[in-house]
Design a protein around this ligand. Sequence first.
Ligand code: ARG
Length: 390
Amino acid sequence: MIVPGYRDHPTEAWDRDAPADPAEAEDFLRLCYLENPRLGPVEPRLAIVRAQIAATGTYVHTTEELGYGAKLAWRNANRCIGRLYWRSLVVLDRRRARTADEIFSLLVHHLQIASGGERPGAIRPVISVFPPARPGRPYARVWNDQLIRYAGYRGADGRPVGDPRQIAFTAAMRGFGWRGKGEAFDVLPLVVETPAEGPRLYELPERAILEVPLGHPEYAWFAELGLRWHAVPAIANMRLSVGGVHYPLAPFNGWYMGTEIGARNLADADRYDMLPVVAARMGLDTSRESTLWRDRALVELNRAVLWSFERAGVKMTDHHTESARFLTHLANEEKAGRPVPADWTWIVPPMSGALTPVFHRYYAELDLRPAFYLDDEAAALARDGTTRTR
Ligand code: ARG
């Protein structure tokens, strides 16, 4: 369906050749220093930054500015229900990384820290910030939309195996010589592209991939479905925009809310499409919609996800808890005199919407900076594994 004026991801016009915008730099620095008095007065810093932009077309964030900028981008993320913890983001400053090998090993490190490090399952929100784009120059990036994603294949009978969303990307990886096992949960290789080396493929080591096999608290047959999901959702292809400086490679993660997996990834008809399978095993009458077999299967699939993550000791939240936390976040921010931009269509959970308090109100959608943006070219690379239209 094409809706005029509707975009399925947030974007901003980004002129890659333009110097950093001094006005945006000033807005960001004033906000950053206002909210962090320990950083001292902003005026001397502004003078330095203005001079740097005039001389070089851009400027270099201090570690503190970068760290707070990343947190603000999270705080401003219209679609994220999990923003109560925006201050707790672990910011890894990776601006010195250059080669694809360096970048890849730091991505592995990111996933290990995000997975809980010494305490596997204690998921931590982490962002790794790699070098910013310099005006008019090529930059390093990751093609994948997330650091961990499952391959998708078109089976001989035309039916999909794995994640249908990844079929084109998986085929492109095959074009690079990668061969998956052809199973339902094959972790895709990472494509790290640097200006000097072009795209290079890397297989993630096992220590970087925490996964949870899915079972059900009552249905013993559920485990036979062979379902699993990865513990860390790490968005890899959104550009972090801070004070006029653009970081095209700044992968970030939180922990999962159960419905992302149980009501979308495993349930959507154009993803793993498990509701008919679960309903059949439950013995439900699927001959008519009015038996609500889809809804009943959906609840059990989501119970399975939450129960399995808890059993495995992997941090995850449910949609009731997270909705209540989002209201706490709204109250906190209101007390601080700040608006909370939000997109109702993303904030309301994909099941039991009206059971959650976030359903029963409206929100203002605002394009506040710093922010995360998905560029069209990045979206195309993640979808197709190429920017050429085929
Ligand atoms: N919905 C996406 C997925 O299922 C992940 C988006 C980010 N989610 C998060 N909890 N931080 O993979």
